[in-house]
Design a protein around this ligand. Structure first.
Ligand code: BTN
Length: 270
């Protein structure tokens, strides 16, 4: 199994033609926590914060993200010269970046709105985007935190998660190198963010590979859970869905969707 090493990420970035300021930890609570602190201290844009393990990896909606060391865990600090309305696009762009890289290793890599990545209907990657903006609505910074399950098997994630997650290793025969994966996703992410002003083709890619368009899903916002059919995702990254009971059309920019996947064993809802 390849070890994550700062020098090897640097070397790999050099090989693919870019440089990056890397802050590296063997173990940290959460790379997003560190990245946000560094962003507030005005560290340079595109800084990459990487940890071999996280003791308190964070997911969306206050959940935790299991970060035991078989995967890769990193956050990128971005300072796009852009308005806060674009933060959902950045989130969507991050999902496209990860999908592009993972699809070099296996088929059936999909995005689940907002930005989870699935292989054959099992979650392999989570992305946590956290942004801060100034009074004028300009983004001060965006931290994009990415966790990918690379090695091991779904059973390693315990009873609660094992039916709904997978690892890259379970889906490919290719040789896996964590440093190459980090460097490749980082490069794709920077390439995609540089296109933020003409983002429609990235959003086309996001839509094309999204698992939920045309599906019946539960849309969960706070305590509210509504069954709806997803019609589309617009160029801002918002979900366009029709409530199956009231036929009301909705445009949703935050929250979560729950979709019924085929069974691996006896549990199948995520
Ligand atoms: C989710 O699945 O809800 C999002 C998970 C995001 C996990 C990554 S791992 C690197 C970064 N640091 C964190 O604490 N979270 C993100």
């Amino acid at each position: 199994m390849s070890e994550v090493k700062k020098e090897l990420i640097e070397k790999t970035l050099e090989d693919i033609g870019i440089t990056g300021n890397i802050i590296f930890f063997d173990e940290i609570d959460s790379t997003n926590n560190v990245a946000k602190q560094l962003a507030i201290q005005k560290i340079e844009s595109n800084t990459l914060v990487v940890a071999k393990r996280q003791s308190c990896g964070r997911g969306r909606l206050g959940r935790s993200f299991m970060s035991l060391g078989n995967g890769i865990y990193f956050s990128v600090i971005l300072r796009p010269d852009s308005s806060v309305e674009n933060s959902l696009k950045i989130t969507s762009g991050a999902a496209v970046a990860v999908r592009r890289v993972l699809s070099k290793y296996c088929d059936d890599v999909k995005i689940k709105w907002v930005n989870d990545i699935y292989i054959s209907e099992k979650k392999v990657c989570g992305i946590l985007t956290e942004a801060a903006s100034s009074d004028g609505g300009t983004l001060d910074y965006v931290v994009v935190g990415i966790g990918i399950n690379v090695f091991g098997r779904h059973e390693d994630f315990g009873d609660e998660l094992s039916d709904i997650v997978t690892t890259l290793e379970e889906n490919t025969n290719s040789l896996l190198d964590k440093n190459l994966l980090i460097a490749s996703v980082y490069k794709e992410l920077l390439d995609i963010i540089s296109e933020l002003d003409s983002f429609n083709s990235v959003m086309d890619e996001y839509r094309k590979h999204n698992i939920i368009i045309g599906k019946s899903v539960y849309i969960i916002r706070g305590d509210e859970k509504r069954l709806a059919e997803v019609i589309d995702i617009d160029n801002e990254g918002s979900l366009i869905a029709v409530d199956e009971a009231t036929k009301e059309q909705m445009r949703i920019s935050s929250g979560e969707v729950s979709i019924r996947f085929s069974k691996r064993t006896d549990r199948n809802e995520n």
